[in-house]
Ligand binder design. Structure first.
Ligand SMILES: [Zn+2]
Length: 112
């Protein structure tokens, strides 16, 4: 158990187990206290994190596709080269570029 200060009226020495500030009745329940302190806005932060993860996942997929495309191309550059295999690799590479651009634009769009 620790003693905290009320974020609303600044009163010191309040138990962190207290449901509300004894001086101003400001709610101090853990779930209410965490996000509200210092004027933080919990909802937008959570939303940004979620969309951020979405675009990060998209970038990871783009990277995997890029590596996969390179592997397919190099795997088919031999004698005789497999044209269909190289074309498939190029298509996978292009898809990874499209996905990367889409993720970059999406992240920019949702953050700006
Ligand atoms: Zn208070």
């Amino acid at each position: 158990m620790a003693l905290i200060a009320c974020p609303e009226c600044g009163r010191q020495g309040i138990s962190d187990q207290a449901a509300a500030c004894p001086a101003c009745a400001y709610p101090l329940a853990p779930q209410a206290r965490e996000p509200v302190g210092r004027g933080g806005r919990p909802q937008p932060v959570a939303t940004v994190e979620q969309t951020g993860k979405r675009w990060k996942a998209m970038k990871v997929w783009a990277g995997l596709l890029f590596v996969g495309g390179l592997l397919v191309i190099f795997g088919n550059v031999r004698t005789p080269p497999s044209t269909a295999g190289i074309v498939f690799g190029v298509v996978v590479l292009l898809a990874s570029f499209v996905l990367a651009v889409r993720a970059a634009i999406g992240a920019w769009w949702h953050h700006a």
